[in-house]
Design a binder for this molecule. Sequence first.
Ligand SMILES: [Zn+2]
Length: 379
Amino acid sequence: MHSILLTLSVVIALAVFLAWITRKRRKSASKTPYVDALHLLLDGRRDEALEQLKKTVRTDTENIMAYIKLGDIFRDKGYPIRASKIHRNLLLRTTLTEEQNEETLFHLILDYRAADMVDKAVEMAERLMQKNKKNIEIRKLLLELYEEKKDWDKAFFMRQGINKWIKGSDQAILALYKVNAGRELTGRGSEHQGRIRFREAIKLDRACAPAVMELGDSYVREKRLEDALKVWKDWTGRVPHQAHLLLDRLNDILYSLGRYSELEPICEQIIRSKPSHPGATFRLIDIYEKQGRLTEALDLARHAVEAFPDSARGRWTLVRLLARADKTAEALDTALSLLSLETEQAMDYKCVHCGRSSQSPFWRCPGCKRWHPMSAEKP
Ligand SMILES: [Zn+2]
């Protein structure tokens, strides 16, 4: 009997103790303003988090992370100068550990960047990198800053370094840096120096279309049309699946050189690798028509209307050709079908990340700033 009572009282005591501990834990968790602030930040409730952080640093002046986060919130709210003051004040403390010092510096660099003081941000980031060469985060930040400054040579070496570090490889983006560096040079009149960069870009990534475009454009600016044509034609042979990107340029240059007939095999080659390419299809129809090959032009125009049912251009072309071939009834039917046509979709290229679209191809999205954003183009 005694032992039963004893066991019972032990069990009750244990239960009471457990309940007390749990309550205490729960209480202490919700009672620390700092922990509250972290939860609020996770929930995206920034303003409430700000209040909790202010409360935190009033009572616990040694909570360095609370100060850092306080500054970050001000920066995110659009007050980078105020954020930088908080972070700079932290750096004045002599009690900071090496790690806390680096962490604070990192956030101060973000403040300067947000305040459009990119030069200052770069200078500090470079110093921080020298201090801690193993910090990959600072290298990544520095890369973004170089991109912002359009310092493509430095961005190139930084990305190359990061790649070695993480054993990654993105030759295509490295090539685009070279293209941008070349563009800056040709923009300042250094055509030859610029072309060296474009060739380096092609060496890094032989499918780098903008490098080939720019290389030829540079020759065109110097009236070296044959050189431009050679660069473009060679490339369409080596990278046929991208040949369509050069179609406008090849069209113009062959016209100027009076060698328009050479466009025919190029269009045919593009259609072979991209059967529904509207640009190449319509140009080929044009070439056939000019050469009086009406039957071939008609066949291709019929194919175009099937391949691009929403394209008014396709139908108009067919109407014109049918009229020329005296097929008046069919021409009239096709013309009438134009009336029920929806408005043509003009946007050709689309960013796979954010959906931004454009009529001309782009290699860095102007919206989300990511490299290589293009999806397959729509007809
Ligand atoms: Zn985008």
